[in-house]
Design a protein around this ligand. Sequence first.
Ligand code: HSE
Length: 320
Amino acid sequence: MNNKIIKVLSPATVANVACGFDVLGFALNDINDELVMRIIPKRGVTIINKDDFNLPVEPKQNVIGISLLALLEEIEDEIGFEVKSTKHIRPGSGIGSSAASAAGAVFGANHLLNNRFTNDDLIRFAMQGEELASGAKHADNIAPCIYGGFTLIRSNDPLDIIPIPAPFLYVTIIHPQIEIKTSDARSVLKRQVLLADAVKQWGNVGGLIAGLMKNDYELISRSLVDNIVEPIRSILIPCFDEVKSKSLAAGALGGGISGSGPSMFMISKDQKMALEIEKIAKKVYEKIGLPCHTYVTNLNKRGVQIQEMNELIQNENALL
Ligand code: HSE
C-alpha cells in the first residue's frame, strides 16, 4: 500500500460560457479547493472537513465521498481513502464548487493509485458527485477542472471530451453574495426551445470554439451570447443586466452567468480591462448595498495539481 500523503489543488471553473449550456467550461487560476489525501487500509471513504461550510461527512451524502466510492467500485484492492477538505470555493457560488471537490478527490486518488485510470474515467466518477449536488450528471465543470483550459463536452453519454486550445484571457468573476442552488437554477429552465433560438445558439457555440482556436478575439466576443438560458436565469441575479451592459460598454469581450450563478464572468483581453470591470461591478452592488466578492484572474491551463508531502512526516496534522 502506498503511504504517500498528497495535497491536491483543485481549481474553480466557469461552466456554460454563455452559449454552451452543459457543453462548455474553462478552469480559473488562483481560486482552488485544497484536499489532503492518503490511502487507508480499509474500504470506504473518511472525510474530514477543515472549513466552516459544515458539509456532510457521510460519504454517500458528500460529493467527494460518492465520487471516490464510484472509483473504489472499479478496483479490487482492500483500501479506502482519507480526505481532509479545505474549501475556498463557496458552495452555491456558481464557480464549480462541487466539481472542484469531486474532481480533485478522484484525481488525487488516481495519483495515489499510480494513475490506473484515464482522465475520462475520472470524469465519469466525479459526475456522480455532480448528480448528488445538482440532480444532473453534467461534466462542464469537472472536465475543465481535470484537463485545465477550455473543454467541450461533445457528448455526456458516451463521454466525449475535447480540450480546446485557447488564447491567454483574463477573467473577472463577480459574486454577489446570494446563494443559488444548481438544482433550483436547472428547475426553472424550459424543457423545449424554439428552433430559431437553437439555430442562433449552435451558431454561437461553433463561433466561440472557432474563435478560441484561431485566437480571434472579435469572433470570441460576437459568440459570447446566450439566447436560451441567460434570459431565464438572469432574473435570479440582482443587477445582472446592469453589470453586463456596463462591462460590455467598458470593453469586455463578453460574459454572462458563470455556471448556474449567482456569479457572473466577464472575459477581457488584458488585465487592465479585467480590473476596470471589477470596479464597475463593485460600484453597482455598493449602490444597492449587496456585498459582492470579486476575483480578477486568468485562464488556468493546467487543471488539478498535486503536491506530494514528505513521506517521512508521520504527523500530517502538522502540515495543515
Ligand atoms: N451546466 C450546469 C448548469 C453548470 O448550468 O446547470 C452548473 O455549474
